[in-house]
Every structure is written in C-alpha cells, then in structure tokens.
Design a protein around this ligand. Structure first.
Ligand SMILES: Nc1ncnc2c1ncn2[C@@H]1O[C@H](COP(=O)(O)OP(=O)(O)OP(=O)(O)O)[C@@H](O)[C@H]1O
Length: 259
C-alpha cells in the first residue's frame, strides 16, 4: 500500500489552550479513514491544520512522504481538497460556478480561464453527486443538503490525491449519506486518500476502512471500525451506553442512553 497521510506528534493551541495534544495517526492511501469523536475533541482543528489553516506548535504532517506543512498554498491545493464543516461561498453565483472553483489550483498562469477540459470535469463532478440538473441554479437557492452535494462536487473537481471532509453528510438524508460515503469509497478505490470527520458512528462502522478516534484533544484509538468501536470505547469516549448488534450484513450500534 502506498503511503498516505501521516501525522506525528501534532500539538495545536487555540486561544492559548492546547486543543490537539501530541496527536499521531495514519490515513492510508486508497482507503476511507473516518475521524470520529465527541464535540470539542479537536477533529476540525486537526483537519484544518492538515490544510495549513492552523500551524502546529510541534509535529509533522506528511502526504506521500512530502511535508505538507511546508507546501505553498497553490501546491497544497493541487494535492489536497478540503470540504469544510460549513463551507462558505459567494451565494450569488451559479452551482456550476461553485464547482468550477475546484479547478482554480489547476489553472495555467498564462491562461486562467476555464477550458473545455475544466468544463468536462465540472460536469462530471456534478453528475457524480446527482446535481446535473441544478447546474444553472443560483447556489443560494439550494437547500442545505443540495449545497452540501455541490460542495462535494467542488472538492471532486479539484481532482485531489488527498481529500479531507469535515462532516460532509451533516445535511444529507439517509440515501444521500450512503451515496456520499459510497462515492468516497469509489474515489479511494482509485487511489485517493480520504479522511472524513463523521458523527454518525453507524456510517463510520459500515463505510470506513479505518478509524481514528479522538477524545480530549488526543487520539484514543485507531484501527478497523469493527475492532475499535466497542461498547467500552463508546462508553468511555462518548459517555453513552450502547450495544453492538452483529448481523449477517455487518454490525450495528444500538444506542441506549447517556451515562
Ligand atoms: N479560539 C479558541 N480559543 C479557545 N479554544 C478554542 C478556540 N477555537 C476552538 N477552541 C476549542 O478547541 C476545541 C476543539 O475544537 P474543534 O472544533 O477542533 O472540535 P471538534 O472535535 O471538531 O468538535 P465538533 O464535533 O463539535 O465540530 C474545542 O473545545 C473548542 O472550544
């Protein structure tokens, strides 16, 4: 397996407080890695640091053996796409224009206008998220879930080798959630490294190849979902009593009560 994303000894302060503390993990290439943990665990801070939005006080972050922290903005954007928790976009533009933003890192300096290839990539990305018929609509006129699909298309249009997504399914209905995760799995199968922050542990259990669990700014577990999403872990990290129901088509977490 080729080397994907590797973080070692990452500490990040926000407002003077170390909210990510000595974090190390790996997200293998060709796999969907889920980053899970309760509110405030430090997931978004960690992911945004991978994109250079917060500078770690200590530690290293590499992708394919290259130091990501040292990369310039344009170089990083050609390598990695980031779907933020609440992606903001100038809402007066059309859906196709929003997706075309994903092509900016690939624009040639001497001819910055999108060409036919860009148009094809934008159209293909819209089709992959089922939003082709919305392409001329004003972005602002879309529902929250539709906007989230368009933002996913923007990230795909960037043709990244590393895709970071912070709660990309928070506005999606159950079908949309499964479609989005299956789309990420298909991208990973063609070699992309995918790191996705999720709150839905059943989605993480059924669709992620690898999980990193954070709690209190630290990584508390890392491994295959089946191996690490145990009753004890859910109780200690989330403070929730749950049982794991093993069925023929996989396992399911049945949540009982907050402890
Ligand atoms: N400017 C700041 N000053 C102090 N603390 C901050 C600041 N910004 C963020 N934090 C804290 O950092 C911690 C980690 O936040 P982060 O957004 O990374 O968590 P998260 O795991 O993504 O949470 P959620 O699941 O709620 O999105 C939180 O406790 C948050 O309150």
């Amino acid at each position: 397996m080729s080397e994907g994303l590797v973080a070692c000894g990452i500490t990040i302060r926000r407002g003077g407080v170390p909210v990510v503390r000595d974090v190390g993990f790996a997200a293998p290439a060709g796999r969907v890695t889920g980053l899970v943990g309760p509110n405030g665990a430090g997931k978004s801070t960690l992911v945004s640091a991978i994109m250079g939005l917060h500078r770690p006080e200590t530690g290293t972050i590499s992708f394919g053996g290259r130091d990501l922290v040292a990369l310039g903005r344009r170089e990083r954007a050609r390598l990695a796409a980031y779907l933020e928790q609440s992606a903001s976009t100038d809402e007066r533009v059309s859906v196709a224009d929003v997706v075309a933003l994903g092509r900016i890192p690939h624009a040639r300096l001497w001819s910055p206008e999108p060409d036919e290839q860009d148009d094809r990539i934008v159209a293909a990305a819209l089709e992959r998220v089922g939003m082709t018929t919305f392409s001329r609509r004003p972005y602002a006129s879309l529902s929250g879930g539709e906007q989230q699909r368009v933002q996913l298309a923007r990230a795909l249009a960037q043709e990244p080798r590393l895709l970071l997504l912070d709660e990309p399914t928070s506005h999606l209905d159950i079908r949309g959630q499964l479609q989005a995760l299956d789309l990420l799995r298909a991208e990973a199968a063609s070699g992309m490294t995918v790191l996705v922050v999720l709150h839905d542990l059943n989605l993480a259990l059924s669709r992620c190849d690898w999980l990193v669990v954070m709690g209190g700014g630290q990584v508390v577990a890392e491994g295959t979902p089946e191996a690490i999403l145990t009753q004890d872990l859910i109780a200690s990290v989330y403070g929730v009593r749950a049982s794991i129901v093993r069925g023929q088509s996989g396992s399911l977490i049945a949540f009982d009560t907050a402890i």
